[in-house]
Design a protein around this ligand. Structure first.
Ligand SMILES: C[S@@+](CC[C@H](N)C(=O)[O-])C[C@H]1O[C@@H](n2cnc3c(N)ncnc32)[C@H](O)[C@@H]1O
Length: 240
């Protein structure tokens, strides 16, 4: 599995994302590695049903919190490629995986993956689907990348449908608005207003990504964590 070029695009969106996460790289890594989150990450790696020797790509790998889980499952004869736009987060990921020779990292745009079709057994994207303008197109492209029988898993935060979680949706929406690259104070307040659910861009994007995965896969599993705020959907790509 080879990364072709650095794959970066210089769109305004890509520059804004990299600038935002670059500024808060240390804080992001602290949140990404909170003790309870490790269990979700292990579940995401497990959902890909990886075997020793497999080649897996993580799109939007951030500071690399999933990478040791993936490396453990593919073993030293496998390969894990982490792709991300943000150099500062890739630097943290590089430190985290320094003793894992089966892991490599590439600066690139997950919407135009710097990987050749057919080279990949599985794709993982965690907490990244909501960042794409057209998540369905991106997830469809990832399914094409892994091809028939390949595995794909998406783990995302989104407003909860759980009876208790639903009560916490307004502060959740405010928190996720505040942590988005283009957020302003008005976006944070909007999370508490009537109609917030209808304007919930994160939920709309996460749902669109999940629907695209459902349309192209079989043998799916879905599990939730944290009162339904975190959902993990995985499947095996149906014959292409
Ligand atoms: C919320 S963080 C999640 C990071 C990591 N997946 C995790 O679970 O901790 C979103 C990540 O997506 C990356 N990202 C956003 N848009 C991207 C794109 N088009 N291509 C590659 N990476 C992207 C950001 O740089 C950031 O590292």
């Amino acid at each position: 599995m080879t990364a072709s070029g650095d794959g970066t695009t210089a769109t305004a969106g890509a520059v804004a994302v990299a600038g935002f996460y670059g500024r808060y790289a240390a804080l992001y890594d602290a949140i990404a590695t909170l003790p309870g989150v490790a269990r979700w990450r292990a579940a995401a790696a497990d959902s890909l049903a990886l075997s020793p020797g497999d080649h897996v790509v993580e799109m939007g790998c951030g500071s690399g919190a999933n990478l040791p889980h993936l490396a453990d499952r593919v073993g030293p004869e496998g390969h894990v490629l982490g792709v991300d736009l943000t150099p500062e987060l890739l630097a943290v990921a590089r430190d985290r995986t320094a003793n894992l020779p089966q892991v490599s990292l590439a600066r690139g745009d997950a919407t135009h993956p710097p990987v050749a079709t057919g080279d990949v057994d599985a794709v993982l994207g965690t907490f990244v689907t909501g960042m794409f303008r057209d998540p369905a197109a991106v997830v469809t492209a990832w399914c094409h990348l892994v091809g028939g029988d390949g595995r794909i898993a998406l783990m995302d935060l989104s407003a909860s449908g759980h009876p208790v979680g639903r009560l916490l949706n307004p502060p959740f929406r405010a928190f996720t608005a505040a942590s988005a690259p283009a957020a302003g104070p008005a976006d944070v307040l909007r999370g508490f207003l009537p109609g917030a659910a209808a304007e919930d861009v994160l939920a709309t994007r996460v749902d669109a990504g999940r629907e695209a995965l459902v349309a192209r896969t079989r043998d799916r599993t879905f599990e939730t964590f944290a009162l339904g705020f975190c959902g993990l959907l995985s499947g095996r790509v149906a014959g292409e």
